[in-house]
Design a protein around this ligand. Structure first.
Ligand code: ATP
Length: 721
């Protein structure tokens, strides 16, 4: 473990004496840590170019900053700008991150560096969690959150500077945000906001124009009326971005490079390609553990299932370590893990243990995980892929890009020299693509289109994307939103359905299902289903106890399908919680009881916890929107009809040969073996997911009456008949 005086690895230290002496000791420790942080900040490569960078920001409206991982961009630049007076008049510096975990941990670090309480001068805001106050001047947030803020404050008027960090990731939110920020910057640089076309019947709309008569319309501009707008500084940052491409897109923006890195990272490759990356990861973990010096390990895997498999294997093999060996503690981190469990990766483990973090690419950029000295990179990532013609979205495992490999190795070498073990030969590195295909080109765009419409961008095809998604993908999304009633016949956001759907942070079909659930009086059931479908694998089937696990699942199975089975699991878990609450008020004991219940029923405890979180968050939104929290009780017919009305685009009919035909794409699909309807094979089904492995599978199904389709979705099925 690193030997800095931060209390992180201090579990072994004992503080002697009485209360006073203990207080002194703590104060001394705090002082020593402050000094250590100060020294560390001074030694960052960015520290020596502070003045130059601040000057460049002053001189340029838009700036691209490229600097090695760990050079201090994310933590230091906002502080430099704050100190240089960029927050005068109460304005804020906003820094976007593609991931929640980065926004939270970096904000915590910067608050500590500034010696302020988190949420005061330095804060963060992520979906469902806002740790800021009126005194916040440096605000870290996810890119998706800034997009949502733009719905209420289209000029982002509270910000003087917006830094788009880790722009190389090109998440769909980053790309939409970049286009939007260009517009906002343009509009703010024009000094006059002419309030014309202000129409009282539709008081949320008016048009901003500049001398060149370029018009930009925004909705909900009321918030900005009378606001004094200054120009907006835009900074794009990364260790691994294509500066030229960004510069071209941003009107020839200047790019500055920060040279140097604080600590070296040795890169090691294998001699041969590894046929089984899970096994190779496992071997490398133990090789490092037995042969290398102290320091924690960060291994990148592709998803929750692989992480859980490796966790089990590390535990099994950990028992076979020679007597007296240092013990290993594994800590998982992936996006569907509840936030507080994600934070475990950043916490110290007991003195004398080696921490092995098993992570997806959630830990790839921006984060500094204290103690990490070794990184294991099998060179693979799970990525989204979407075919607009068939509407098929799938997750596929593909090689990382060079940019991702660089980011991964950059997680070592942050507190001292590090090592990165790439589990592929060096010759393979040269063959990797420079950067990943932007997500916007490989995902279903319905949500993006809905958000842009809500932001007042009517011409989606003409929107200034850095790289345009295919026309087909945009048209398909527009069609889908029209059929869902989110858009009017002339492709404007409909009121209230479209406006309500845009307010819910969910896929449009799920949002529609919740809005309809109010009418079908099955909101409680639909909330549960939406929450349970937002997490990965609720059921858990260990190979060695397959029969027991299958029997356990039968206890929750409904002949109507998977959705109602999920409702049954959720309700049974809620009963378990209720019973434990009657017996005790200790939260830890209650959680333990739930964990035990999950183990007995082969339910994935982590996934269920996450689903419970999502449930309470969405319920909050639904209540705010004034939708009633009704339940259909045992009358699941209403619930199934509601599912049909919202997911009618995902219907499939059984064919004479026993396969199914997806109604919207005419593709042949099969029921996934994990479905409770796998054997019963009803005539007509509604599904939530279409996935491609060796075949086209549909997952999460409910049996419905085929006659409901033309009755409940005449806009789609009446025309077909
Ligand atoms: N939570 C933390 N705990 C300990 N040290 C930290 C923490 N956060 C940052 N640091 C230190 O500050 C350095 C700079 O971090 P910062 O995130 O600003 O770098 P960066 O240039 O943005 O890197 P990247 O491109 O990888 O995001 C780290 O290398 C590390 O030494």
């Amino acid at each position: 473990m690193p030997s800095f005086p931060n209390g992180i690895s201090s579990e072994g230290q004992k503080s002697g004496g009485g209360k006073l002496a203990q207080g002194d000791h703590k104060a001394q420790q705090a002082l020593a840590r402050r000094q250590w942080i100060l020294e560390q900040r001074k030694s960052l490569p960015i520290a020596s170019v502070e003045r130059r960078i601040v000057d460049e920001v002053r001189k340029n409206e838009t700036l691209i900053i490229v600097g090695e991982t760990g050079s201090g961009k994310t933590t230091q630049l906002p502080q430099f700008l704050y100190n240089a007076g960029f927050c005068k008049d109460g304005k804020v510096i906003g820094i976007t991150q593609p991931r929640r975990v980065a926004a939270v941990t970096v904000a915590k670090r910067v608050a500590e560096e500034c010696n302020v309480e988190l949420g005061q001068k330095v804060g963060y805001s992520i979906r469902f969690e806002d740790v800021t106050s009126s005194s916040t001047r440096i605000k870290y947030m996810t890119d998706g959150l800034l997009l949502r803020e733009a719905l209420l404050d289209p000029y982002l008027s509270r910000y003087n500077v917006i830094i788009v960090d880790e722009a190389h990731e090109r998440t769909v939110h980053t790309d939409v945000l970049l286009g939007l920020l260009k517009n906002v910057q343009f509009a703010r640089s024009r000094s006059t906001i002419k309030q014309h076309n202000f129409d009282n019947a539709n008081a949320n709309k008016y048009v901003v124009s500049d001398k060149e008569d370029k018009t930009q319309s925004f909705s909900t501009l009321r918030a900005c009326q009378g606001a004094k707008l200054t120009s907006l500084k835009l900074i794009i940052m990364s260790a691994s971005l294509d500066a030229r491409g960004f510069s071209e897109y941003l009107g020839g923006a200047k790019a500055v490079h920060i040279q140097g890195r604080q600590h070296p990272v040795d890169i090691l490759y294998t001699y041969q390609p590894e046929p089984d990356y899970i096994d190779a990861t496992l071997i490398t973990i133990f090789q490092i553990h037995l042969e290398e010096g102290p320091g924690d390990i960060l291994a990148f895997l592709t998803g929750q299932e692989e992480i859980e498999a490796v966790e089990r294997l590390v535990h099994e093999r950990g028992h076979q370590l020679p007597e007296g060996s240092q013990q290993i503690i594994t800590v998982p981190i992936y996006s569907s893990l509840p936030s507080e469990q994600q934070m475990n990766a950043f916490k110290p483990v007991p003195y004398g243990f080696r921490k092995v973090i098993l992570a997806t690419n959630i830990a790839e950029t921006s984060v500094t995980i204290p103690g990490i000295k070794y990184v294991i990179d099998p060179g693979l990532v799970k990525a989204r892929s979407y075919n607009p013609v068939t509407g098929m979205e799938s997750l596929i495992i593909i090689p990382t890009s060079k940019a991702q490999a660089l980011q991964r190795s950059g997680r070592a070498g942050r507190e001292g020299p590090g090592k990165c073990f790439r589990l592929y030969p060096e010759s393979e590195f040269g063959k990797l693509v420079d950067s990943t295909v932007p997500e916007i080109k490989r995902c279903n765009l319905s949500n993006v289109v809905l958000q842009l419409k809500a932001l007042g961008v009517d011409d989606i095809i003409g929107f200034d994307f850095m790289e345009k998604p295919s026309r087909m993908a945009i048209v398909k999304s527009l069609e889908q939103l029209l059929l869902l009633g989110a858009l009017t016949d002339d492709y404007k956001l409909s009121d209230p359905i479209g406006c309500q759907m845009a307010r819910l942070p969910l896929d449009p079909m799920y949002s529609k299902a919740l809005i309809l659930a109010g009418e079908f009086k099955c909101m409680e059931e639909m909330l549960i289903v939406v929450a349970m479908l937002s997490v990965e694998s609720i059921f858990y089937f260990p190979r060695e106890k397959m029969e027991e696990a299958k029997a356990a699942r039968k206890r929750f199975s409904s002949p109507e399908g998977d959705h109602i089975s999920l409702v049954n699991v959720y309700r049974a878990s809620a009963e378990c919680l209720e019973k434990s609450r009657e017996a005790t008020s200790k939260e830890k004991t209650i959680e333990k009881a739930l964990n035990k219940w999950c183990r007995e029923n082969f339910i994935n405890y982590r996934s269920l916890r996450h689903a419970r979180d999502v449930h309470s968050q969405i319920q909050g939104h639904v209540q705010q929107m004034g939708l009633s929290l009704s339940s259909c009780g045992d009358d699941m017919l209403q619930f199934r009809r509601c599912l049909t009305t919202s997911f009618f685009l995902n219907a499939a009919l059984k064919q004479p040969d026993g396969s199914y035909r997806a109604m919207s794409s005419s593709q042949t699909v099969q029921i996934h073996p994990s479905s409770v309807l796998f054997r019963t094979r009803p005539e007509c089904i509604i599904f939530n997911e279409l996935v491609r492995t060796n075949q086209n599978y549909v997952r999460n199904l409910t049996r419905v009456d085929p006659l409901w389709l033309p009755e409940l979705a005449p806009q789609y099925y009446a025309a077909e008949n």
